[in-house]
Structures are given as structure tokens and as C-alpha cells.
Design a protein around this ligand. Structure first.
Ligand SMILES: Nc1nc2c(ncn2[C@@H]2O[C@H](COP(=O)(O)OP(=O)(O)O)[C@@H](O)[C@H]2O)c(=O)[nH]1
Ligand SMILES: [Mg+2]
Length: 201
């Protein structure tokens, strides 16, 4: 009787990357690429190109902006021993198919807003709400923008009372790290009660 051939030796299982995936979203020119560049421990993966008329972006609030992100921003950082991966959503319509892949497995989201044009972030808020992602709203500090108390931002964006609103400077590493810590804490407070409810007694 011939014995069955030996099975091939399995390749060692590769441990899945441990870490927290965060989605960064908001309209064109709100500071997504700047934020990732400020906070990432690795050279951020970004794909800036000079804007063409075909890009058809609204540049009225960003007249000095001559580039746009094609596809997406990606950065990585360490927060107290936890690796945080930041994925920026792509702006251009032809890359919208990527949004679902970007959101899959994400722990939470940052929605960036500019107080000079809050309404431009409505679509992004809708998206993360529908995706049931815990999120924080980050108000990016543009020099010529008026500042408003969080209650005014909450009303204008019709946010629930539990959504954190954080003032940030997307160019400042510490400011962005504080924002991401706020998001992670928010994610934990949202998931902890559910975990303990489901825990065996
Ligand atoms: N004053 C100020 N300018 C910013 C800030 N964040 C971004 N910018 C500028 O706003 C423009 C748009 O930012 P960018 O990161 O490209 O936006 P994106 O389209 O969301 O990726 C750039 O010229 C940035 O230098 C900020 O916090 N303060
Ligand atoms: Mg960009």
C-alpha cells in the first residue's frame, strides 16, 4: 500500500498586524494631508499631485493650495505602545469605491471641519454615522477663521451630546496626538459597556 504523499510544510502563520485603524475624513482643503504629515512616525504615504482644472476642486477657501491628494493619505504612529494607523479618505469621486475598504475594520473616525464652511463636512458626518463608526469632530484652526464655542459647532452640525469636539492645529504633532487619544478614549467608552453587558457572569 502506498502511503499518501506528505503534505507540504505550512508556512509559519504571520501574525496579523496589531493596532488600531482610524479613518480621517473631511472635505478637500480641510487639512487631512497636513494632519497625517504632522503626526506620522513613518514618512506618510501620500500621493499629492499638482491640481489640474480637471480635478475640479473648490479652491475658493484654499487659494494657495496647488496640489491635491490622489487616492489617499496613510500614516502610522505609536500611542503608548499601541500602533495607530491613520487612513485618510480620498476626495475625488473616481476613488469613492475605496471608502468601504478604508472603513472596514476601523475602530473610529475623525471628521475634520473648517468653521468657514461647516456644511462641506455634512456628507462626511453622514457617512461615518451610517457606517456606525464612533467619531470625534476636529475643528481645524485656520488663522482667518472665526472661533466658536463647541456648543455652536454641536448645534450647527446637529451632533449628539456624546460626540467629542476638539480644536486642533493640523500642523502641530502634539495637537494631533491629543486628538487621536481623545478618539481612542471615546471608542473605549463606547465599546466598554457593550463588552461588559455581553460578558459571561
Ligand atoms: N492655518 C492653517 N493652515 C492649515 C492647517 N491645516 C492645513 N492647513 C493648510 O490648508 C491647506 C489644505 O490642507 P491639506 O492638508 O492639503 O488638505 P486636504 O485636502 O484635506 O488634504 C494647506 O495649504 C495647508 O498648509 C491649519 O491647522 N492651520
Ligand atoms: Mg489631501
Amino acid at each position: 500500500m502506498t502511503s499518501a504523499p506528505a503534505l507540504p510544510r505550512p508556512a509559519p502563520a504571520v501574525a496579523p498586524p496589531q493596532g488600531v485603524k482610524i479613518v480621517l475624513t473631511g472635505p478637500f482643503g480641510v487639512g487631512k494631508t497636513t494632519l497625517v504629515g504632522a503626526v506620522s512616525d513613518i514618512a506618510p504615504v501620500t500621493t499629492e499631485v499638482r491640481m489640474s482644472a480637471a480635478a475640479a476642486e473648490d479652491v475658493s477657501h484654499t487659494p494657495a493650495k496647488t496640489t491635491t491628494t490622489v487616492a489617499m493619505d496613510f500614516g502610522r504612529l505609536d500611542v503608548n505602545g499601541v500602533t495607530v494607523y491613520v487612513y485618510g479618505t480620498p476626495g475625488q469621486e473616481r476613488f469613492w469605491f475605496m471608502w468601504d475598504a478604508i472603513v472596514r475594520g476601523a475602530a473610529g473616525s475623525v471628521v475634520l471641519v473648517d468653521t468657514r464652511r461647516l456644511a462641506d463636512s455634512f456628507r462626511h458626518l453622514d457617512y461615518v454615522e451610517h457606517a456606525r463608526l464612533p467619531f470625534v469632530v476636529a475643528v481645524n484652526d485656520f488663522t482667518d477663521a472665526d472661533t466658536y464655542p463647541p456648543s455652536a459647532i454641536r448645534d450647527a452640525l446637529t451632533l449628539g451630546p456624546d460626540v467629542p469636539i476638539v480644536d486642533i492645529d493640523a500642523r502641530d504633532r502634539d495637537s494631533v496626538r491629543r486628538l487621536l487619544i481623545t478618539l481612542i478614549e471615546h471608542v473605549l467608552t463606547r465599546t466598554r459597556p457593550a463588552l461588559s453587558e455581553g460578558a459571561p457572569r
